[in-house]
Ligand binder design. Structure first.
Ligand code: 13P
Ligand code: SF4
Length: 303
């Protein structure tokens, strides 16, 4: 990618000078994922790795809740996000006040919050979860009923794998809610050999016609291990691009959808972030300790 080369060179040089580390989610574009990122993964891996970072500066290439999670786990470090407007439809679907109202309505019911939420929401929560550990987190709680918020579809998918009663919220991922079982069945009808690999933020009817469902890293591992001839990744577009070089024998079939929030992060913005130390992510001290506890409980959960 000659057009990216000057940025990649400048970012990697400045990163060393500043003593910074770049964390990138699996949905980042290939030039970020392969050329400047130091640590890559799904939300749980990034949260876990954020607890082991030595560098004083963390540049989070992902969306705002991910940067906030890194800041919660590294309160003494400087956490930067190259575009502070990189949000998430799930995170924006619920507020701390909403969770307080839910707790008043369902007193004593433990609250599991998806990491795709603001620190304000996490602060009202007993424990966080991600797509890769949601069932284990729910099952770890000593209660027959659990509030699993804000992703309605993730909660419905968890409900199928636990004996507990799951209450939820009407939040959806704007990328994954667009996929339908009917469109996937059309692909299967045209070529029954296609494997369908879906993210649990999709509607349960989508998972019902899928060969595998798991977190973004779970999906990557599935493809790398099974090497399907043709595969449809029911998730964000960059995932296929990021792993194509490692699995040249796999043919990735579209459709895929873009996450406009993840795509706000670009090489020029990462360079600016390192040059000008922007945008620094701060968490209100009044909520930080309680929000950190919820994330730490998840990170420390034995699985
Ligand atoms: P993962 O935890 O599976 O990486 O998912 C994060 C996300 O935002 C998916 O839309
Ligand atoms: Fe949020 Fe969906 Fe984008 Fe993930 S893909 S960051 S859940 S809007």
């Amino acid at each position: 990618w000659p057009v990216f080369a000057p940025y990649i060179h400048a970012i990697n040089r400045l990163k060393k000078e500043r003593g910074a580390v770049i964390l990138a989610h699996n949905y980042q574009t290939p030039e970020i994922f392969h050329c400047v990122a130091d640590i890559k993964g799904d939300s749980l891996q990034l949260a876990r790795d954020a607890t082991r970072v030595d560098a004083e500066i963390i540049v989070q290439c992902g969306v705002h809740f991910m940067a906030e999670t890194s800041k919660l786990l590294n309160p003494q470090k400087t956490v930067l996000i190259p575009d502070g407007l990189a949000g998430c439809s799930l995170s924006e679907s619920i507020t701390g006040a909403d969770v307080r109202a839910l707790k008043a309505r369902y007193p004593g019911v433990p609250v599991v919050t998806y990491v795709n939420t603001s620190a304000d929401v996490k602060a009202e929560t007993d424990i966080c979860c991600t797509s890769s550990n949601a069932v284990a987190v729910v099952d770890s709680l000593q209660s027959d009923t659990v509030l699993c918020i804000p992703d309605e579809y993730l909660a419905m998918n968890v409900a199928k794998k636990t004996n507990k009663k799951i209450l939820t919220w009407k939040g959806h991922c704007e990328v994954h809610e667009r996929f339908t079982a009917d469109e996937l069945l059309e692909y299967k009808a045209a070529d029954p050999s296609i494997e369908i690999v879906a993210h649990p933020e999709c509607h349960p009817s989508v998972l019902a016609v899928s060969d595998y469902a798991g977190s973004t890293s779970g999906m990557i591992d599935y493809v790398k291990t099974r090497r399907p001839g043709r595969v449809l990744l029911v998730t964000e577009c960059s995932m296929a691009s990021n792993i194509q070089a490692e699995v040249p024998d796999v043919n990735f079939v579209k459709p895929c959808n873009l996450c406009p929030h993840m795509k706000r992060i670009t090489l020029p913005k990462i360079l600016d972030s390192l040059l000008f130390m922007t945008e620094e992510v701060l968490v209100d001290p009044a909520i930080a300790d309680r929000a950190r506890l919820a994330v730490e409980r998840m990170v420390n959960l034995k699985q």
